[in-house]
Design a protein around this ligand. Structure first.
Ligand SMILES: Cc1cc2nc3c(=O)[nH]c(=O)nc-3n(C[C@H](O)[C@H](O)[C@H](O)COP(=O)(O)OP(=O)(O)OC[C@H]3O[C@@H](n4cnc5c(N)ncnc54)[C@H](O)[C@@H]3O)c2cc1C
Length: 494
């Protein structure tokens, strides 16, 4: 086996968390090597080119424009001028059980706060219900950190149950937020996560990065290379080497790379249970890692249209029947499809027309599903989502030039983490979105093995939605790894 040179730090995985952590360490002067099994950087948001369009494999949107981890990372890495975001209004579809779809538009204006009455009108709230809804939203907006922390142990459902009468649509909205913010269900996601995400997003427009999400990871990879770091794609790490109880490097199919710091972006469960091996950990730690539940998955499809039919950048679709709790989730697994499903639609070509051929449109959409790559209900969800899209956007149907590829947990797992436990691997975000596993209980980024860190959605950060959380984790993990580097240098007498 070829022995390759020694590095200061090796990053396993170039997802948003891994590549950002690598660039931050390289900018601090460390000699960094990043290894990823995929052909490019960006992890689940790796840029893809399909039928002449550029974008992601699945609908990815909602980038906070004036604050957030991506912007902070770009600033810290000195590439703020490359943080180019396009802003478009958001369309909202909602209907009561058996009713007609109601459509409203949320204006994404950096200077104007969205008016909640637009949604209250859509939901048909009476005046007393509006007062109640406004009061709850105001409480959430103003909630101090200690009160938020106390909600780490209450689910969204439990939080809403404390009130005598919660309007159905208002409850459904929070169930929908548990999907949207955490890709979880209302009776598992803690209320603290929803409040933290709500506060972080409040008062700033949401947009989509020019060139797509993957472009942001590529910009960050550029910094890493400029600082002397190296990225090897199509290179799967088979093992993380532990010697004398410390991280010592990694092994690929044909080479060994040595470094005293290994930061894994491959998911905490694959890292502990497969890449390192649970024998290297205390039994209770390995048991804790096994107990971490995945977020839900997400399944959907690409449409290409012969002309631009959809007007907005992002659409959110939900109804009284669409949001999931554990019972509804089980119903789908047993083949009982609900009347509606939650759908997120992103139209990258509306945000950045250069992402497709002139005059045409790319539409990405999908719905939450289980994280199990072998889930048999995925195909039924594709069909249901297709039918609902035709019902919501009848004017789009004659313009559809192509449908597909369809994707789901199996495709997500292939692009990101290895399945090491039954029912997991295809999670849209990662682990740690469930009560008792996030907030103060989120897995720490520093593993029990000196020199081994985790980065990405699974560890080190909390409540910041998808890739925001992964990048936020990098912003927190890189300083810890850097401190460890300094300690080791001091020990070695440099
Ligand atoms: C359908 C869908 C929609 C989403 N929508 C949004 C959205 O709108 N907004 C948002 O912010 N987020 C969204 N997300 C979530 C977001 O993509 C993830 O939270 C984010 O990508 C997690 O980043 P990460 O750094 O933790 O790792 P990942 O993106 O999971 O990347 C991990 C990387 O590690 C590599 N790797 C794993 N094992 C190995 C190994 N053994 N050797 C070498 N390399 C390895 C993988 O190849 C991969 O590149 C969505 C996800 C999905 C699936």
């Amino acid at each position: 086996m070829a022995r390759k040179g020694r590095h200061d730090a090796i990053i396993v995985g170039a997802g948003p968390g891994g590549i950002t952590c690598g660039a931050l360490l390289a900018k601090k002067g460390l000699n960094v090597l990043v290894l990823d099994k995929n052909p490019g950087v960006g992890g689940k948001q790796m840029p893809v080119s399909i039928k002449g369009y550029r974008g992601e494999f699945w609908p990815t949107g909602g980038l906070p424009v004036t604050g957030g981890a991506w912007l902070e990372a770009f600033k810290t890495l000195g590439i703020e001028s490359k943080f180019r975001v396009s802003i478009k209004d958001i369309g909202n579809f909602y209907r009561r059980s058996g009713g007609k779809w109601q459509f409203t538009v949320t204006q994404m204006d950096p200077y104007v706060l969205p008016d909640p009455n637009i949604l209250f009108d859509q939901w048909g709230l009476e005046s007393a219900e509006r007062e109640f809804a406004l009061q709850v939203l105001a409480d959430i907006a103003m909630m101090p950190p200690d009160k938020i922390g106390a909600l780490d142990n209450s689910t969204v459902h439990e939080y809403l149950q404390q009130f005598e009468a919660v309007p159905g649509a208002f409850y459904g909205y929070f169930a929908f937020l548990a999907h949207a913010f955490n890709v979880g269900v209302v009776d598992l996601v803690p209320m603290s996560e929803v409040v933290r995400a709500f506060q972080r997003l409040m008062g700033q427009p949401l947009g989509y990065p020019m060139g797509g999400y993957g472009r942001m990871s590529e910009d960050i990879a550029g910094v890493l290379r400029d600082c002397g770091g190296e990225i090897k794609t199509r290179t799967r790490v088979e093992r993380i080497i532990v010697e004398d109880g410390r991280a010592a490097g990694v092994m690929t199919r044909d080479a060994i790379y040595r470094a005293p710091i290994v930061v894994s972006n491959a998911g905490i469960q694959p890292t502990v249970l497969k890449l390192v091996g649970e024998d290297h950990f205390d039994k209770s730690y390995a048991a804790h890692v096994k107990s971490l539940l995945p977020s839900n998955g997400f399944t959907g499809c690409h449409y290409t249209l012969s002309e631009p039919v959809l007007k907005h950048g992002l659409y959110q679709v939900w109804s009284d029947d669409a949001w999931w709790n554990l019972d509804r989730q089980d119903d789908v697994k047993r083949g009982r499809m609900p009347a509606d499903v939650v759908i997120t639609v992103v139209v990258p070509t509306n945000y950045d027309p250069s992402m497709g051929p002139p005059g045409k449109q790319l539409v990405l959409f999908g719905t939450p599903c289980s994280a199990d790559p072998a889930d048999k209900s995925i195909e039924a969800l594709w069909k249901k989502t297709d039918r609902q899209m035709a019902e919501l956007f009848p004017e789009m149907v004659p313009a559809i030039e192509s449908k597909g590829p369809y994707s789901g947990p199996a495709q997500v797992a292939a692009l990101s983490r290895d399945q090491v436990l039954p029912g997991q691997g295809g999670e849209a975000c990662g682990v740690g979105v469930t009560i008792g596993q996030c907030g103060k209980d989120k897995p720490a980024a520093r593993s029990p093995i000196p020199g081994l860190f985790y980065v990405g959605f699974d560890a080190g950060s909390t409540a910041f939605m998808g890739s925001q959380q992964a990048v936020d984790s990098a912003l927190k993990v890189a300083p810890q790894a850097y401190r460890y580097h300094l300690e080791k240098r001091q020990e070695a007498g440099f």
